[in-house]
Write a protein that binds this ligand. Structure first.
Ligand SMILES: Cc1cc2nc3c(=O)[nH]c(=O)nc-3n(C[C@H](O)[C@H](O)[C@H](O)COP(=O)(O)OP(=O)(O)OC[C@H]3O[C@@H](n4cnc5c(N)ncnc54)[C@H](O)[C@@H]3O)c2cc1C
Length: 385
């Protein structure tokens, strides 16, 4: 069974919603570098922002597999699921490790769209991929923590009410293991911005509001701490498998977008008196990319079903993302070649999606780090870091 046949009703509903946001909607936002407010509102009204939030907290209580279908269909339609995906998995840290009081307070408001939790503050200029060396510190003072430090490329800070923040609560030279001493906080951005937190937008290659954050003695209530102090890195890691599977589904959506557009173009564009798709130099790369997307799709559903059964799925989640990120990039290149000069023309949307799908080779997790995980944790080869 191919994924096209799985969850047809959910797919049809999401497709119907996405039809209200055609290519020119996303193209115009991309040109102006604007946030897709109307799209996020429509997703909220449909209840999809609370896709993975259990029903008892006001969400839809969908499975991870179902959430992957939503993300895939958004990207497949020509849209960009980024502003939606953040909400879907950023709240996972709160859901898994928040206190009952925090969950009751925030999750229903997140599900209804009253509060937006779309920011996830981990990356730092010096630490980069080496997360455990991050230096932004949160020092306990009475009934608050005082946060000082520097974060880089943090998305959607100005579009969110809340942000999950990873900060150091014990200096690195005082912890037994390098993964200790980091803590997760739920920061209320409405109180922090302008009160010690400076947000400097960074213009990046795609329409994704990305920022440098400078924390200068930002006071946050002690009640913002999620779970136990010092266990934050583990809490973030806990969410990685779900995140990898969800991102894989966005790549699969992009891959299908490129293949569908390229196939149509190859069949319709007449050069030398025949459709360009009659030339195998055009046809074969599209066929190859289709095979890659289908293979990634199988691994995505395999990983998601292991996750749903509560079984270990680290290897499968990482492999799904690696296969899917490469498949979408392969499909992007095939589409670009098929469109020729028109691929570079923003009116045809290939160049926009080409830029967007390239991100998955780098962020949220670089494909290098996935290979390191497979080489070292799955195959047991010597560790590089
Ligand atoms: C558009 C965009 C949005 C983002 N949004 C967010 C966000 O919301 N929140 C957030 O916290 N971060 C965000 N990021 C940051 C992103 O997660 C990081 O850029 C990414 O994790 C890589 O870190 P770095 O850029 O510092 O690369 P570096 O750590 O400098 O690495 C550079 C390259 O070297 C490779 N490399 C490093 N060490 C090794 C190794 N041991 N073995 C093999 N290869 C290695 C990396 O894989 C990478 O390809 C965003 C980035 C972008 C571009």
């Amino acid at each position: 069974m191919t994924s096209v046949e799985r969850h047809p009703e959910l797919r049809a509903t999401v497709r119907e919603l996405c039809r209200q946001f055609p290519d020119d909607y996303w193209r115009e936002l991309d040109r102006k570098r604007e946030y897709p407010e109307a799209f996020v509102q429509a997703m909220t009204a449909a209840g999809y922002l609370g896709a993975l939030i259990p029903r008892e907290y006001g969400g839809l209580g969908l499975s991870l597999t179902e959430a992957t279908i939503i993300l895939e269909e958004i990207n497949r339609s020509g849209g960009n699921a980024q502003p939606y995906h953040a909400q879907v998995y950023t709240m996972g840290t709160l859901l898994r490790h928040g206190s009952e009081a925090q969950k009751r307070e925030y999750l229903p408001k997140i599900a209804s769209g009253k509060l937006r939790l779309q920011a996830f503050g981990v990356t730092e200029p010096e630490a980069g991929t080496d997360t455990t060396s991050l230096t932004t510190e949160a020092v306990r003072q009475g009934d608050c923590y005082v946060v000082t430090g520097h974060k880089m490329y943090i998305s959607r800070v100005l579009q969110s009410d809340l942000m999950i923040l990873l900060a150091r609560t014990t200096p690195r030279d005082q912890v037994k293991k390098k993964t200790d001493g980091l803590s997760v906080f739920l920061v209320d951005l409405r109180n922090a911005i302008g009160h010690g937190l400076t947000v400097n937008p960074r213009r990046v290659m795609i329409n994704n509001p990305t920022n440098e954050l400078i924390f200068d003695h930002v006071e946050i209530p002690a009640s913002s701490l999620i779970g136990e102090e010092g266990r934050g890195f583990r809490y973030i890691l806990d969410g990685m498998n779900a995140e990898r599977i969800l991102i894989a589904s966005e790549c699969i959506g992009d891959g299908r977008f490129f293949i569908e557009r390229a196939t149509r173009r190859a069949s319709e564009r007449i050069i030398f008196g025949r459709p360009i798709g009659q030339n195998q130099g055009i046809q074969f790369p599209i066929a190859r990319a289709h095979i890659s997307v289908e293979a990634a799709d199988l691994m995505r559903f395999h990983a998601a079903s292991l996750f749903g059964r509560g079984e270990p799925c680290g290897a499968e989640a990482n492999m799904a993302l690696h296969l899917a990120a490469n498949a979408s990039w392969e499909a992007a290149n095939a589409a670009m070649q098929t469109y020729g000069g028109y691929g570079y023309d923003s009116a045809y949307d290939i160049e926009r999606k080409f830029r967007e799908t390239r991100l998955f080779q780098v962020a949220p997790i670089s494909t290098n780090l996935i290979l390191a995980y497979i080489g070292e944790h799955v195959l047991g080869m010597p560790r590089s870091f």
